[in-house]
Design a binder for this molecule. Structure first.
Ligand code: SAM
Length: 260
């Protein structure tokens, strides 16, 4: 499909292939395969489900995350695990016509929907989708002013490898921003949230998306996602300084920010 490239620069293919040969355990490979086929299956319903399940808060969360990138007109940013491109579109608004946004994802079907949205909004000149793995991206070191990742750190095989890779492609002084769902820390909110997340979310997923399994995966993936403190420790371990996190909407979403 027009607008989605496997590699932006064919002359660098050898380097890129070498970079993408990451040693993964069988469990990590199994997770990637499962995540990839799940998103390929639900791609057509992803945007609707996202809006429904977050009571349309997802847009405000993405805007908050993009604010934290501190982008200026003309900048260049990468949206890692871009999916259907909503963060990429928000980034493109900030960098303007003189800037560039690359959306990276390994699920073609998600980017295909993203590409249609980008075309409808007339942003083709600013946003390019690239099919690649978040843990081995086909870009030089120090390329982008900021790297974002929205709702996908739960999905990658290794959070540390994905963050290390985001840091690698960002310029010194640039920002790595991660938006993720989180478990509310206030007990009363938590007692309301758990039944919603563990029972209502899979039910809505089954009714609207026809894929209850996929939306059962969502609560399970959050159960196994490390707490905020651990994520901040990983930021520090990969060399991202001044790491901070911001809780949004009573703590059901969190934005993590670190500086290279
Ligand atoms: C929940 S969606 C998030 C999409 C988008 N960022 C958003 O804000 O809606 C997660 C996306 O991460 C992608 N993904 C998961 N693991 C990946 C990996 N290792 N490399 C590239 N993409 C990955 C999936 O294909 C999917 O499109």
């Amino acid at each position: 499909m027009d607008g989605i490239s496997v590699f932006p620069n064919p002359r660098r293919r050898a380097t890129i292939r070498a970079m993408q040969r990451i040693d993964k355990t069988p469990k990590e490979m199994e997770k990637e395969t499962r995540v990839h086929s799940m998103f390929a299956d639900i791609s057509g319903k992803y945007d609707l489900l996202n809006a429904l399940l977050s009571a349309q808060r997802d847009r405000a969360w993405r805007r908050f995350a993009v604010d934290k990138c501190l982008l200026r007109p003309g900048d260049c940013a990468v949206d890692v695990c871009a999916g259907t491109g909503d963060i990429s579109i928000e980034l493109a608004r900030r960098v303007g016509t003189g800037g560039k946004v690359i959306g990276v994802d390994f699920t073609y079907e998600m980017m295909e929907i993203g590409q249609e949205k980008v075309a409808r909004k007339g942003l083709e000149a600013q946003i390019e989708f690239v099919q690649a793995n978040a843990e081995g991206m086909p870009f030089d070191d120090d390329t982008f002013v900021a790297a974002t990742n929205g709702f996908a750190m739960r999905n990658v095989a290794s959070i540390e490898r994905a963050l290390r890779e985001m840091r690698r492609v960002v310029r010194p002084g640039g920002r790595v921003v991660v938006l993720e769902l989180a478990k509310p820390q206030i007990p009363v909110i938590r007692s309301l949230y758990d039944p919603y997340f563990y029972h209502v979310v899979p039910m809505i997923g089954r009714v609207v998306g026809g894929n209850g399994g996929a939306y059962k995966y969502l609560p399970n993936s959050l159960t196994h996602f490390p707490p905020r403190r651990e994520i901040l420790d990983i930021f520090a371990a990969v060399g991202l300084r001044s790491a901070k996190c911001y809780d949004l909407t009573l703590g059901v979403a969190t934005v993590f920010v670190g500086v290279k």
